[in-house]
Design a protein around this ligand. Structure first.
Ligand SMILES: Cc1ncc(COP(=O)(O)O)c(C=O)c1O
Length: 364
């Protein structure tokens, strides 16, 4: 049996009529940039999240960059983030002009270790970017308490955590802003690049909207210099067509994870542990094995595609060699980078497919 790592086609086929109609409408109305489709999506997402503002932008990377810039973070500042994430989380700190300061992860949950944050704070620290990695909420109570004590902004990177929850609150609504990616493979994915920022802060929302559109809210009135980071109208229409299904898709991911949990219970693998009082939405189902490479090879030989998120932790990437970090600076994240393996995970995955993946692992 061949099981792809992600299967965007089966989701498309399940809602083909709506997606095709959405794309046609944008073309028929030549509503390519801005306008109704972008406004509609913005209001729908804002309402679903129960926040005052959703600022649609071109992608999840820009979302972080725009928030950092509009919080006034720049040269001479430091921003604390997790050692384990996609490079967008840290490269945007550098692009804003500040220095990324990496912190190790919690062994049980893969998210930034709140117990190690205070040691990383200096007089230059301005913000913390926790990442709700794989769909699991970071430990927000402690992070918010530290942020309050040191007067730091908290920007939640929700690129992998659409509709995840922490103690009854949606991730993305706890810090000053939440940033989202709608990259095609994400839990809510467009058919190209897309992203947004959510916030309840009037001033920040206004600034982000301004900056993402050449510094202007009204045509030809540029209050500041900005960038061109608008959500594409075609992507907005596609996202709106997908929104009515997002809760069911998220539930299905959670069900699929529960079946993996049950079937892999005695496999000897390290299985995902859900933070208490939280909702893990399984953007990725990540297991750990001391023989990860062999396991990956075996799965591959049997037709099961897997991936590694991420093969090198951020501080050890060549891009950060100037920071001179050693593996021993991030013992947990470094150990895990050699053990983690992401199994196929999407709502359309069938019981039969999950059973097959578990059987191959059992044979190993
Ligand atoms: C944790 C995290 N942050 C940010 C991003 C950036 O999103 P985008 O690819 O839409 O720029 C991603 C996307 O992979 C991500 O996984």
């Amino acid at each position: 049996m061949n099981i792809p790592f992600v299967d965007l086609r089966s989701q498309y086929l399940s809602i083909k009529k709506d997606i095709d109609a959405a794309i046609s409408s944008v073309i028929e109305e030549t509503a390519f940039v801005g306008g109704k489709y972008v406004d509609d999506f913005q209001h729908q997402f804002q309402e679903l999240y129960g926040v005052k503002y959703c600022i649609p932008v071109a992608n999840g990377t820009d979302a972080i960059y725009i928030v950092l810039k509009m919080l006034g973070i720049g040269a001479g500042d430091e921003v604390i983030t997790t050692a384990s994430s996609w490079i967008s989380t840290s490269e945007t700190i550098t692009q804003a002009g500040a220095k990324p300061v990496f912190v190790d992860i919690e062994p049980a949950y893969y998210t930034i270790d709140p117990g190690k944050i205070e040691a990383a704070i200096t007089a230059n620290t301005k913000a913390i970017i926790p990442v709700h990695l794989y769909g699991q909420a970071a430990e927000m109570d402690t992070i918010m308490a530290i942020a309050k004590k040191y007067k730091l902004a908290v920007i939640e990177d929700c690129a992998q955590a659409h509709f995840s929850e922490y103690k009854g609150k949606r991730t993305g609504t706890i810090g000053i802003a939440g940033t989202f990616s709608f990259y095609p493979g994400k839990n809510l994915g467009a058919y190209g690049d897309a992203g947004c920022i959510i916030t309840n802060d009037d001033e920040l929302a206004r600034k982000c909207r301004l900056f993402s559109n050449h510094g202007s809210l009204k045509k030809h009135q540029h209050e500041i210099e900005g960038i061109n980071s608008r959500l594409d109208a075609m992507q907005a229409a596609i996202l709106s067509a997908k929104l009515p299904h997002i809760h069911q898709w998220t539930e299905q991911r959670i069900k699929n994870a529960a079946l993996y949990d049950q079937l892999l219970l005695n496999s000897g693998l390290g299985l995902p542990v859900v933070r208490p009082e939280s909702r893990h939405t399984y953007h990725l189902y990540v297991v750990r094995s001391r023989q990860r490479d062999l396991l990956q090879q075996k799965l591959n030989e049997q037709g099961v595609s897997t991936a590694i998120h991420y093969p090198t932790i951020l501080p050890l990437l060549p891009a950060y060699s100037y920071l001179s970090h050693k593996p021993a600076d991030f013992p947990v994240a470094y150990q895990y980078q050699q053990e983690i393996l992401s199994l196929p995970m999407y709502p359309e995955l069938t019981e039969e497919q999950i059973n097959y993946v578990a059987e191959v692992i059992g044979g190993f």
